[in-house]
Design a protein around this ligand. Structure first.
Ligand code: ZN
Length: 337
């Protein structure tokens, strides 16, 4: 039996702040080739080109220059280097907090492997984010007018979650139709809050005293008021599945008070709409609610409506939208879309 080294969990790629590609050359024979490769990179990739080192520096056994780049450049740059390195050797390594391990244990080589004098490197150092790109193509990208806005919160993937976020991400994946997108994407940025909200969502969906059809109707009413693409996208199918008629869903979506509601549906509509628009409940509406619902149901109904205002706020703040390839339910121009 061979013992596995003790490791409680696989390392996460969130450890990697950036990458280096060290491009080695021989000043006597392959410098021109290195110059040509450098020019090609300059014209094609948004990276940071380092100085020429015609003499050995640091842990490096040959003359070289360094290319620093962000993780999102890796999938375009590295395969291109594989095809275009010619006679040059390239060391590609991640930048974590352990430079010695990054250079010696975890890198890979394009072209013939050279020596790396790792003993010169520390085992602990501040993490190195990718510096500002300095290539010609980076300057061009910067000069271009902005056509597409960047996301306010880049979409997290399960692999990127750190130790504080991962347990929440795993719970979300078990119940969410949109994975860790939508409100979960900003929520994961504050994992303790995110966990407590998730627990609240759990109560409001599966433990609430309000019948599912009316509960989902209340969520849709708030989703319509906020014109929340994600709330409507996620909850219209749940409302239909719980028995809310397609006419009521269509009328609500069109911005009308649905004319064909049963009394319990009408009470939910008027109760939630009054509370969110007039900021109060009139005595007649409260009396109608009291006739049909228990005190607990009235409290839970108020809570579900308020919660989905909060979710709509989270979605609006983060400018989250429906998953790629899905049609946004509201086509007309709203306050936000
Ligand atoms: Zn390096």
């Amino acid at each position: 039996m061979i013992d596995l080294p003790e490791s409680p969990a696989p390392r996460s790629t969130s450890e990697i702040a950036s990458f280096h590609a060290h491009i080695y050359y021989d000043p006597a024979t392959t410098r021109l080739e290195a110059e040509r490769l450098r020019t090609w990179i300059d014209e094609r990739f948004s990276v940071t080109l380092g100085r020429w080192h015609d003499v050995k520096v640091g842990p490096h056994d040959q003359a070289m220059f360094q290319v620093a780049f962000a993780a999102d450049v890796f999938p375009v740059l590295v395969p291109w280097l594989m095809l275009n390195h010619g006679r040059l050797s390239i060391l590609v390594h991640p930048n974590t907090t352990n430079p010695r391990r990054d250079h010696l244990a975890d890198p890979f080589w394009i072209g013939p492997q050279l020596a790396v004098h790792g003993e010169k490197l520390p085992e602990e150092s501040p993490i190195e984010q990718a510096p500002l790109p300095n290539t010609r193509v980076a300057a061009e990208i910067l000069a271009r007018p902005v056509t597409r806005k960047e996301r306010r919160f880049s979409q997290l993937t399960m692999d990127q979650l750190d130790e504080k976020q991962k347990p929440l991400g795993e719970q979300i994946m078990k119940v969410s139709s949109i994975g860790i997108a939508g409100p979960y994407n900003p929520m994961l940025r504050s994992p303790v809050l995110g966990q407590r909200l998730f627990d609240l969502f759990h109560y409001l969906r599966w433990e609430t005293s309000v019948p599912t059809k009316l509960n989902e109707f209340a969520i849709l009413i708030v989703g319509r008021q906020w014109r929340s693409q994600v709330e409507w996208h996620a909850h219209a199918p749940l409302a239909a599945k719980a028995g809310l008629s397609s006419e009521i869903i269509a009328e609500l979506k069109a911005g009308k008070r649905p004319p064909s509601m049963a009394e319990d549906e009408a009470v939910v509509y008027d109760f939630v709409t009054e509370l969110t628009t007039a900021k109060k409940i009139s005595d007649p509406t409260f009396a109608r609610a009291k006739k049909l619902f228990s005190d607990q149901q009235i409290v839970d109904l108020t809570a579900v409506a308020g919660n989905y205002v909060m979710v709509a706020m989270m979605l609006a703040m983060a400018e989250e939208t429906v998953p790629a390839g899905k049609e946004p339910p509201f086509k007309d121009k709203g306050v936000y879309s």
